[in-house]
Design a protein around this ligand. Structure first.
Ligand code: ADP
Ligand code: MG
Ligand code: MG
Length: 892
């Protein structure tokens, strides 16, 4: 390249807005340096250097030169050279990508130690133990990360030595022991690799840097990126930083701290400290940490400075921050900061507090919480003080929390559940054969598969708690047990707790607590133990309601659902399906309608259904009085209401086998089933096509709606029914149905002497409907996007058939990052939506447009519907608060 590319930045040359180039860690170290916080000096090799290295396989030209220049500067400030034998400068080599990938890549500490400088370090520090401890740490990290020796082998050697000495942990090993360990490790590295650990500090540095670059493409890192939707092409930056030592004796140590409690959001610093330790010991959990109150006692000066720095950082970043810190002989150093991860509860609490404190605006406060977090707070959950450490993490596939005895096959799940036991079904992955077990279980855990794996899809459909793809678990179905990464073996019958909202599996039976947020949403009650969080949620929803432009309606088919949706803030019903109303005892009437041999017979069956339908609609219109209720005419193919063909055939065959005559009704039904069989029912006789082909059906449904409106009007109510015609592909279909509907409504109105006006509109769920929306709007008073069918028909796949099987392959192979049934496919389906909105409104400027597919409750999709100019989204009652919040955020 003609232009000179710069690959290395000193901490004093960067800042927080350079995360793309310096990684989050490097950029924030630079930012803290600028703020004057005590950060050990250092420099950052850019992600660009990493990308160049990974694409060409070699170090980019000029990189080595830039590194040695920056190292020289670092050496000058420190007054000593890297690995200088009598007083060595030591550095850490740290990974850090643009997006935090905790623990996924490598970091190597204590670079610069060798057989000579370890002696110098011992002398200048006055601690032989410290020097040998640092050297063996370097050998361990360098040996595994750079030279590829299995980490466990080092652990085995150190465990063996501790055994011989009869001591429980590393702190009890003396200088002599550690020096011995150094020799053992050096031999181990040589035995395993055929190479000796490099004694040259510059070579150590160079190889460590390249190893960190390479770790970007490690299995763990790739897997994590796929799960978190982080692009593979970003690369990691590498930070080279002067070491500070927490392992320099009792007045030293390391810790992590948060500006507020990340679990509850409680204000005031929160953290853990580990005396006599380097940072990696804190995370590794080798010894138990102590709370900050204990640091206060051990080292009040450092603790006070720590608190002050936390305050500075929170004011500066205007958000919850977490930090890594190290105290070296009473001097405090900050080694990392970032915006802290937090629970849903803490997210709401902190957003509200920061706004109250004037640090952020109310709008920013709303932007800081998400619909997903709200959804999580609506489920009963585990008592956070009782969970302990997770056995494993996986994909949070279906929210909620549940506990039960572990079982490893469907039959056992069914057997135990029948005996009244609560069970958790654990499998590598589930298949349709596991269905009975999934129904019987409280929760499902799998070690394979993502959000659209069979387990995830089925569990969500059943509202069952599910964690899938917990790859750390090694599940042995035959032996009826699994092993967790910490070595815990969980056998059949052992209690297990599953948090489907957080994607975590815990040992034992963790107690559940009811959701205070749900109680608030149901009753408006903000009192109680979680009052802070509930008030924060109430405040966020109130703010969202003031700023949002999108209305939120609910999909509800019963008065109960309608009433609940209304309590949750629904502004009407966007989809009232009528098919459920044809089930149960009414099936017989539907059969009669289908089998009718004459108009009279059919009219009789329809007439019997009419009062039942009228009652359904009256109840719903009452629950939603004053608000719009969009009633969809019957949509599914009629044969769905007939019995299963095999059942019928078996019944007939059984009768014949007994020498009896088969029930003539059965024979008739079988003939009807055969007559109405469709190869592709999804694309068959359904939706508006039924209205055109089954005489009297539309008239009956419309009459029931009209009469319900009359009844409600007479009762003093304000019914606002809307009639929605499904699966329209051409304006003429809609015109025929609409004319019929208007004729019936006029009749009802005239007979009752009560005005009955119901807008008639259509679903847009076929590409042809979207593409001819301008024509369709001539007949439609409103549009409602049926995005489930529109997704199926646009992609040409049937959801029921593809989701479990090939979607996981499609996700794995990157065809789409997320299932198009979960988040609207903006490029394809979204484009059709935009066309239909523009052309529909061109014909009829006051056209009301909404969406009633499941996407109506999906945060990312809600955002799109806002920008696409829709008037409302409609979703299941439980998603209504989520959609309100997201509609508010979309409008910010
Ligand atoms: P990760 O991204 O996995 O947290 P880090 O690069 O933050 O990796 O480093 C791992 C541990 O080593 C952290 O606890 C960090 O504080 C510690 N560490 C890194 N660099 C230094 C240093 N220069 N001096 C002392 N400790 C360090
Ligand atoms: Mg870190
Ligand atoms: Mg549909």
């Amino acid at each position: 390249r003609g232009v000179m590319v710069r690959y290395v930045y000193d901490f004093t040359q960067g800042g927080r807005d350079m995360a793309g180039l310096l990684g989050g860690k490097g950029a924030n170290l630079a930012e803290m340096t600028r703020l004057g916080l005590p950060v050990p000096p250092g420099f950052v090799l850019t992600t660009e250097a990493c990308r160049a290295f990974l694409t060409t396989g070699g170090e980019p030209a000029g990189l080595a030169r830039e590194v040695s220049d920056h190292l020289a500067a670092l050496e000058t400030t420190a007054g000593r050279r890297l690995g200088q034998p009598d007083d060595p400068l030591l550095v850490s080599v740290r990974s850090g990508a643009r997006f935090s990938m905790p623990g996924m890549m490598e970091t190597i500490l204590d670079i610069g130690l060798n057989d000579d400088s370890v002696l110098g370090l011992a002398k200048v520090s006055g601690s032989e133990r410290f020097a040998w401890d640092s050297y063996r740490r370097l050998l361990q990290m360098f040996g595994s990360t750079v030279m590829g020796v299995d980490r466990a082998l080092f652990e085995e050697e150190s465990a063996r030595l501790k055994d011989v000495r009869g001591v429980p942990d590393d702190v009890h090993l003396g200088a002599g022991d550690l020096a011995r360990l150094v020799e053992i490790y050096k031999d181990l590295i040589h035995d395993e690799t055929g190479d000796w650990f490099p004694q040259c500090p510059a070579e150590q540095l160079r190889r460590a840097v390249l190893a960190v670059f390479t770790s970007w493409n490690g299995d763990r890192a790739r897997l994590y990126r796929r799960r978190e939707h982080i692009p593979d092409g970003l690369g990691t930056a590498v930070t080279v930083q002067r070491m500070v030592f927490g392992n320099l004796g009792p007045d030293s140590g390391s810790g992590v701290a948060f500006t507020r409690d990340p679990a509850t959001g409680r204000p005031g610093p929160y953290g853990d400290y580990l005396p006599e330790a380097q940072g990696e010991d804190v995370v590794a959990g080798v010894r138990n940490t102590v709370p900050l109150t204990e640091l206060e006692r051990l080292d009040p000066g450092s603790c006070a400075r720590l608190r002050e720095h936390l305050r500075t950082l929170e004011r500066h970043f205007r958000d919850l921050c977490d930090i890594e810190f190290t105290i070296e002989r009473g001097t405090l150093w900050i080694l990392q900061t970032r915006i802290g991860k937090r629970t849903a509860e803490a997210a709401f609490a902190i957003a509200a507090q920061l706004a109250d404190e004037g640090l952020i605006t109310p709008e920013e406060s709303l932007a800081r919480v998400s619909g997903e977090e709200l959804a999580r707070l609506m489920f009963p959950r585990f008592d956070a003080s009782m969970t302990g450490a997770a056995l494993a993490h996986g994909v949070a596939a279906s929210p909620g929390a549940a506990a039960g005895a572990a079982v490893f096959d469907s039959a056992e799940a069914v057997r135990r559940a029948a005996a009244g036991e609560r069970v958790v079904l654990v499998r590598q992955e589930t298949t349709p054969d596991d269905l009975p077990g999934m129904i019987a279980a409280q929760a499902v855990v799998t070690s394979r598969g993502g959000k659209t794996s069979h387990a995830a899809v089925v569990a969500r459909g059943m509202g069952k708690v599910c964690v899938c793809g917990a790859e750390e678990l090694s599940v042995d179905v035959r032996a009826r047990r699994f092993t967790a990464p910490d070595g815990t073996v969980v056998g059949e019958g052992t209690a297990l707790s599953v948090d489907g909202s957080a994607g975590a599996v815990y040992p034992g039976s963790v107690p559940l607590v009811d959701s205070a947020v749900m109680r608030f949403l149901e009753t408006g009650d903000t009192d109680g133990e979680a009052a802070g969080v509930v008030e924060a949620v109430a405040g966020a929803l109130a703010r969202a309601d003031t700023v949002r432009r999108l209305q939120v309606r609910a999909n509800a088919d019963t008065p109960q659902d309608a009433a609940r949706a209304r309590r949750f803030g629904a502004q009407g019903i966007g989809l009232c399906r009528t098919e459920h109303m044809f089930l149960g005892e009414r099936r017989k009437l539907v059969e009669d309608m289908i089998l009718a041999r004459s108009d009279t017979e059919r009219d009789r069956a329809l007439a019997a259904l009419l009062p039942l339908q009228r009652r359904d609609f009256t109840g719903i219109l009452e629950a939603m009085d004053g608000l719009p209720v969009t009633i969809r005419l019957l949509d599914p193919p009629l044969h769905e209401f007939l019995p299963d063909r095999t059942d019928l055939a078996v019944r007939i065959a059984a009768a014949e086998a007994h020498g009896d005559l088969p029930d003539p009704h059965d024979a008739e039904l079988l003939a009807a089933v055969d007559r109405m069989h469709e190869e592709n029912p999804m694309l068959g006789l359904r939706g508006v096509r039924l209205g055109l082909l089954v005489p009297g059906l539309v008239a009956m449904q419309v009459r029931a709606i009209g009469e319900a409106v009359v009844e409600r009007t007479r009762a003093g109510g304000t019914p606002r029914a809307e009639i929605m015609v499904p699966l329209v592909g051409d304006v003429r279909e809609l015109r025929i149905v609409r004319e019929e509907a208007e004729r019936v409504l006029a009749e009802v109105s005239a007979a009752a002497g009560v005005p009955v006006t119901c807008p008639v509109g259509t679903m847009i769920e076929l590409p042809r409907a979207a593409l001819t929306a301008g024509r369709i709007a001539e007949e439609a008073e409103f549009f409602s996007f049926g995005t489930n069918d529109l997704t199926q028909t646009t992609w040409g796949f049937s959801r029921d058939d593809v989701e479990a099987e090939f979607f996981s392959a499609y996700l794995d192979r990157g065809v789409f990052p997320v299932s198009p049934f979960e988040t609207l496919d903006l490029d394809g389906v979204g484009r059709l939506v935009r066309i239909a909105v523009a052309e529909g409104r061109a014909t009829r400027p006051d056209l009301t447009i909404g969406v009633c597919g499941e996407h109506g409750g999906d945060p990312a999709s809600v955002r799109f519907f806002h920008t696409a100019g829709l008037d409302y989204v409609s979703c299941s009652p439980f998603r209504v608060p989520v959609a309100r919040l997201e509609a508010g955020r979309a409008a910010l």
